[in-house]
Design a binder for this molecule. Structure first.
Ligand SMILES: Nc1ncnc2c1ncn2[C@@H]1O[C@H](COP(=O)(O)OP(=O)(O)O)[C@@H](O)[C@H]1O
Ligand code: SF4
Ligand SMILES: [Mg+2]
Length: 405
């Protein structure tokens, strides 16, 4: 299997792989990690650069950008005291994220649990009120919206959760779950017409019309996720933020749901932000990937580039944690062991937030100056003062990485 095979599934002109085949690919990715990406062919490198350059040009074209996030912050107050409810600090869950998502694109968001992925997704949809920063959806600043305007914009942005039906009233039938959003947005027509629409919608997510009369607990995890996707689609959104959409599913079912999401994207011209802690899932589905660490993006690039040539020490560490099946490669490949625990977002380190765990940390600057996400190659942004020197091998990892005590 080559890297081309892996990405062929995302190309519209390629025949769509059968779920079994895709499952195999995802499983392979789980174990192979960097095996194939260690030495990309010249074509792959050129292809990656070309697409990155095209994207840079595209993102420069405002009409092509559906979502723009500027320096977004979501801080949660930490309250103490029974009587006075005093704020004693903040959890800096999202602390200065800027990104743009093009129409029809899939943007993958990865990072360890607790790094702020869900909060960022919720902040974009204003399910969480941002502390600062801007969310511009289709040219309009969402923060300035209220009442009817906000409601109309909300309809255009929907969220799909890990188990979207798990948290809902188990006594509600699928039909009433699907109708909820439509009713809230005044989208229901006559009874017959609405019923026909719901049946069509179910069919488009691969479920029979009989599902309408059933209840969430009567479905498997994969089917529940199909209903969750249908539920988001009832209101005709343009952007879907899918938060760990397949994390709770078996690998074979993951592939089917990912295929479904890709089909729906093409049929309906959807734009996706797919959040996952699993690098393999994000790699498969995403055009571009953003890597988060402690509330901020540390790296962002076209998917192939992030996996072939991670430039940030944290991304390199994430990639190096994935084992390789070839025993020779496995023995010789770069392994970056991170020392120290993930710091608390309530008390993030000064300077570069990764400095307490970074094997390349340099005295003073890394501890005091927060690196800005900077474009080092076309479309490839990195937040590290020394990314170029680390990439070229001029800067070696410190022999004894700093341990947190
Ligand atoms: N409503 C909340 N109140 C206080 N802290 C929160 C809240 N939601 C999330 N957090 C904290 O914000 C940080 C980021 O959480 P989250 O966005 O869920 O991360 P991820 O989705 O990457 O696992 C975590 O430390 C989490 O405990
Ligand atoms: S800025 Fe310094 S501490 Fe941060 S990732 Fe780069 S080398 Fe490591
Ligand atoms: Mg989460």
């Amino acid at each position: 299997m080559t890297q081309d095979d892996l990405f062929a599934a995302g190309e519209p002109e390629q025949p769509r792989p059968e779920p079994a085949e895709l499952t195999e690919r995802i499983e392979q990715l789980h174990v192979e990690g960097l095996a194939e990406t260690d030495a990309p062919t010249e074509d792959e490198v050129a292809g990656g650069r070309a697409s990155a350059a095209a994207l840079s040009a595209a993102t420069a074209d405002a009409a092509d950008v559906l979502l723009e996030v500027n320096d977004l912050k979501v801080h949660f107050p930490i309250k103490r005291g029974v009587v006075f409810d005093k704020t004693v600090g903040y959890v800096y869950a999202v602390d200065g994220v800027s990104l743009a998502v093009r129409r029809g694109e899939t943007y993958g968001l990865v990072g360890e649990s607790g790094c702020g992925k869900s909060t960022l997704g919720r902040g974009i949809l204003r399910l969480e009120e941002p502390t600062a920063g801007q969310v511009i959806f289709d040219g309009v600043d969402v923060a300035g919206l209220a009442g009817e305007e906000l409601r109309r914009t909300r309809r255009r942005m929907q969220m799909v959760f890990q188990d979207p039906l798990g948290s809902l009233d188990p006594r509600q039938s699928v039909e009433s779950l699907l109708l909820e959003g439509m009713k809230a947005h005044g989208l229901t027509k006559g009874k017959i017409e609405t019923n026909r629409e719901l049946r069509e919608l179910l069919s488009s997510v691969g479920l029979p019309a009989t599902a309408l009369r059933k209840y969430p607990h009567e479905f498997s995890g994969g089917q529940r996720q199909r209903i969750g996707i249908a539920r988001a689609l009832t209101v005709g959104p343009e952007l879907i933020v899918a938060d760990e959409p397949v994390s709770a599913l078996d690998v074979s079912v993951q592939a089917q749901v990912i295929n479904l999401m890709e089909d729906l994207q093409q049929e309906r011209g959807l734009t996706y932000i797919v959040i996952a802690h699993d690098l393999a899932v994000v790699r498969h589905i995403s055009d571009r990937v953003g890597v988060m660490y402690l509330g901020a993006l540390v790296e962002e690039a076209p998917s192939a580039d992030v996996y072939a040539e991670p430039l940030h020490p944290y991304t390199r560490a994430l990639m190096s944690a994935v084992p390789v099946p070839d025993p020779v490669l496995e023995d010789t490949r770069e392994r970056i062991i991170l020392t120290g625990d993930l710091p608390s977002p309530a008390n993030p380190p000064t300077g570069c937030r990764f400095h307490t765990r970074c094997p390349w940390r340099q005295e003073t600057r890394c501890d005091t100056e927060r690196p800005v996400l900077t474009e080092l190659k076309p479309g490839h942004r990195v937040a590290c003062h020394y990314a170029t020197e680390i990439g070229s091998g001029r800067l070696k990892p410190n022999a004894e990485p700093l341990q947190l005590v």
